[in-house]
Design a protein around this ligand. Structure first.
Ligand code: NAP
Length: 356
């Protein structure tokens, strides 16, 4: 499979999140942090040491993390902080307010992560709302996502109102159907999507989309949609590249958001990408994690990570804007990744060798 050139080109459509920030007065602390990131990048930039070679187009380097324009005209910051996985409430924690999630998320916002990926099933929408208040960044500077479980017998309207109440917000930037597995038929997918469209038309969700959808789940929705899904949030890393799904997205102007982008440098190690990640990390003077995130971003893919480690989060903000992989490096990682298959999520819904 060739890495989609259109996805690489689509980064050109990305508009500057920083530019939109500079038009507004941001919370002073956060503003200072942004300024200091830019200075850090300028003063300690590794770009001076990097010489593009003949193997790929010269990297276009931006000293900030851009936003991507969705097909409905709204913009989504390309690097997001997730409230799932490490922050997910399970077992006895469910129903208990978790101050650590508030503190970690507020720390991430102050570190410059203005795209916040939540979900009803993470059990921490209240903590996300509290973190937004604690961080003090104006609501209109943030991009807040939540997701519905599509519980049987419950309307999307009911689920959405509950989420807004927990978040303490009067709108979200993006509302997603979390998974397709609940639907017994294409007609059920279409009916739920019509309910999602009603939420968008009410103005309480600026954009609507899906998560964990395959082509076979998207097709029925696209047949009847007035407002097609603008994004599909999927597990995406070199060991799970999904065959033709990304090309299908491109044909239908559906953006991709990657979760689990660090999989090849964390839980799927050792693997066939180890050598190239190591080599590129040394070449650019960054961590393998930075390379893994950049690999997604350089394909025009919105990238979701998470961490309770402030230094790690600050490191991504500082390093990622300071380099860019060449198209050949992006392709080399993709090729190396095809030597291994690994899926970290929804493994009971897919067969062990299902690479879609
Ligand atoms: N739609 C869905 O069904 C779905 C499913 C899964 C996830 N998501 C979303 O995507 C977000 C990110 O997913 P993810 O957590 O899988 O992303 P990820 O970026 O692949 O992994 C982040 C995790 O890796 C750990 N990590 C980072 N660098 C490491 C290193 N060098 N060694 C060991 N561990 C390291 C972090 O722990 P530290 O705290 O130590 O940094 C953190 O727990 C979630 O929070 C959620 O919002 C959505």
């Amino acid at each position: 499979m060739k890495i989609s050139v259109a996805y690489i080109a689509s980064t050109a459509l990305c508009t500057t999140y920083r530019r939109s920030l500079s038009h507004h007065s941001i919370n002073k602390v956060t503003s200072l942090r942004f300024t200091s990131y830019r200075k850090t990048v300028n003063m300690h930039s590794i770009t001076a040491a990097f010489k593009p070679d003949a193997s790929g187009a010269p990297p276009k380097q931006l000293e900030y993390i851009p936003s991507l324009k969705l097909s409905d005209g709204h913009e989504i910051p390309m690097l997001g902080y997730g409230l799932g996985t490490a922050n997910y409430k399970t077992g006895a924690d469910k129903g208990k307010f978790n101050q650590k999630v508030v503190d970690d998320t507020a720390m991430a916002i102050k570190a410059g992560y203005f795209h916040l990926d939540g979900a009803e099933s993470y059990g921490n929408e209240e903590e996300l709302g509290a973190a937004i208040k604690k961080a003090g960044v104006p609501r209109d500077k943030l991009f807040v996502t939540t997701k519905t479980n599509c519980k049987q017998g419950e309307s999307i309207e009911t689920a959405f109102v509950r989420s807004l109440e927990k978040l303490g917000l009067d709108y979200v930037d993006l509302y997603l159907i979390h998974r397709p597995f609940w639907a017994k038929s294409p007609a059920e997918q279409q009916a739920k999507w019509a309910e999602m469209e009603a939420i968008k038309e009410s103005g309480r969700a600026k954009s609507i989309g899906v998560s964990n959808y395959l082509q076979e789940h998207l097709e029925p929705i696209l047949q009847t949609a007035k407002h097609p899904p603008v994004i599909n949030q999927i597990e995406y890393h070199p060991y799970l590249q999904h065959g033709g799904l990304l090309d299908f997205h491109k044909q239908h102007k559906i953006a991709v958001a990657a979760y689990g982008p660090l999989t090849a440098v964390t839980k799927a190690k050792p693997g066939s990408c180890d050598a190239i990640y190591d080599q590129l990390a040394k070449k650019y003077g960054v961590t393998e994690g930075d390379i893994a995130l950049r690999w997604c971003l350089d394909q025009g893919i919105v990238t979701l990570t998470t961490s309770g480690n402030e230094q790690r989060l600050q490191g991504y903000m500082r390093k990622i804007p300071s380099f860019k992989l060449t198209p050949k490096e992006v392709e080399d990682i993709a090729e190396a990744g095809k030597q291994k298959h690994f899926r970290g999520f929804y493994t009971t819904n897919y067969g062990p060798d299902d690479r879609r």
